[in-house]
Ligand binder design. Structure first.
Ligand SMILES: C[S@@+](CC[C@H](N)C(=O)[O-])C[C@H]1O[C@@H](n2cnc3c(N)ncnc32)[C@H](O)[C@@H]1O
Length: 232
């Protein structure tokens, strides 16, 4: 949930300005709060959500928020991220676009009964495979293991070793950066009147590892952004 961290939102806006990004693509819409956060920051915001209940809820929330402001935007899809990203890549190629896209990967699903391989456990691996060869992009991976709070399934962490091969297939020239504890600035529950935001923030503030989450930034060239350190 990048919207909980003011610094992360600021880092995304700085990346937008450096790379002249107009399109923000999120996987895992959940309640739609991240979409609402980034709507004023980008010309186009896309998001996909596989769970029908979350999708319906987010659509309604976003519509209520955004009504009469822009035709069509944002674009929310009730699809798995793998299907959606394949569709988006095709659409981008057919339009002969060259602009840089931000992909914010935040779709998580874990069912211990169904998981046989890392690809089944970690949706992000399916997403990176779907983005293979998409060089004009910045990939941001939430819940990454950089020693801050992160995802671990069956004792396997969402760390660089897990991601490296598939990231290189998206862009072998990616430069990697992460956030640090000192660069987190997490919103407090009392700062919002929105019940969904408050519930998420109360959950986030329930334990330090839920409050301060690791983020990996994969960018096409070297950058110098305060609060982001090189990952090597
Ligand atoms: C951590 S939440 C996303 C939070 C949201 N990005 C935010 O900042 O508020 C993860 C969401 O991903 C969805 N999800 C899980 N697997 C998915 C998949 N394969 N494709 C798309 N969405 C998925 C879940 O239903 C859940 O709503």
């Amino acid at each position: 949930m990048s919207w909980t961290d003011r610094k992360s939102i600021d880092h995304i806006k700085q990346l937008r300005d450096i790379f002249k990004v107009k399109t923000f693509v999120e996987t895992g819409t959940f309640k739609g709060i991240n979409v609402i956060t980034h709507l004023p920051n980008f010309d186009m915001v896309y998001s996909c959500e596989s769970d029908e209940e979350n999708y319906d809820y987010a659509r309604k929330k976003i519509q209520d928020y955004w009504i009469n402001k822009t035709e069509g935007n944002p674009y929310i899809y009730n699809q798995t991220s793998k299907e959606f990203l394949k569709f988006f890549k095709k659409f981008y190629k057919e339009a002969k676009r060259k602009d840089t896209i931000i992909f914010y990967l935040d779709a998580h699903f874990y069912d211990p009964k169904n998981n046989k391989s890392n690809k089944d456990r970690f949706v992000v691996l399916q997403e990176l495979k779907a983005l293979k060869g998409f060089k004009n992009c910045i990939i941001i991976i939430h819940d990454f293991d950089n020693n801050l709070g992160h995802i671990t399934y069956d004792g396997i962490s969402l760390d660089f070793k897990l991601l490296e091969k598939d990231l290189n297939k998206v862009n072998p020239n990616f430069k990697f950066y992460t956030n640090e504890l000192s660069s987190c600035d997490i919103v407090r529950p009392y700062e919002t009147d929105d019940p969904d935001e408050r519930a998420n923030l109360e959950y986030a503030w329930s334990k330090p590892e839920k409050t301060f989450r690791g983020i990996l930034y994969c960018v096409p060239k070297k950058i110098n952004i305060k609060g982001l350190k090189e990952w090597n």
